[in-house]
Design a protein around this ligand. Structure first.
Ligand code: HEC
Length: 154
């Protein structure tokens, strides 16, 4: 019995100690003029989808659930945010070059169509972030049009 208490005590101690290692939160400026929705003039219905389903990992501002401050959950979320932003940061869309934008627009359609984005682990908690086939079709149709516009632009 003593051994069990020792193990429980040790586990508790570790859980307390890891709380001191907090990743910095992703709480930057939402409303920058390089934002995707503004720069590419994303129509309202689609803008709502991107804000709701993608911006938590792909922008400078994350809406955190209450348990997001608790390690190791905080580490897990932080990893997705850092990686997500490294691949695609909607907050700095305005400063991405044309070719990269076009390829990202193509990937946005592809990742959504393949059911890869939003990440499955995210959907477990954010049911409202799941995309319907109609929403995916609308994203793809718009993304293709926008890629054409960018290609034609100076
Ligand atoms: C829970 C976090 C999370 C959410 C929510 C999320 N993503 Fe991602 N996304 C990632 C991560 C992490 C990566 C990089 C690793 C990978 O591809 O799995 C990524 C990669 C991508 C890429 C590939 C970028 C490239 O380099 O071409 C695209 C495109 C993308 N996401 C689009 C979206 C879209 C669109 C949504 C919303 C419908 C979305 N993501 C929602 C975390 C997320």
């Amino acid at each position: 019995m003593r051994k069990v208490y020792a193990i429980l005590g040790f586990t508790l101690l570790v859980l307390i100690l890891i709380q001191f290692f907090r990743p910095e939160k992703n709480l930057g400026d939402i409303d920058t003029h390089d934002d995707f929705i503004q720069v590419s003039q994303v129509p309202d219905t689609l803008a709502r989808i991107f804000l709701n389903s993608c911006y938590d990992c792909h922008s400078n501002y994350t809406k955190y659930p209450w348990y997001a401050s608790i390690a190791p959950v905080s580490w897990y979320l932080n990893k997705h945010i850092v990686e997500g932003k490294a691949h695609l940061n909607f907050s700095s869309w305005g400063i991405i070059d044309k070719a990269k934008k076009i390829s990202l627009l193509d990937n946005i359609c592809e990742e959504c169509s393949d059911g890869v984005m939003p990440l499955k682990s995210y959907l477990l908690i954010h049911h409202h972030a799941a995309l319907s086939p109609q929403e995916i079709a609308a994203i793809c149709e718009w993304a293709e049009k926008e890629a054409m516009e960018i290609m034609k632009s100076e």
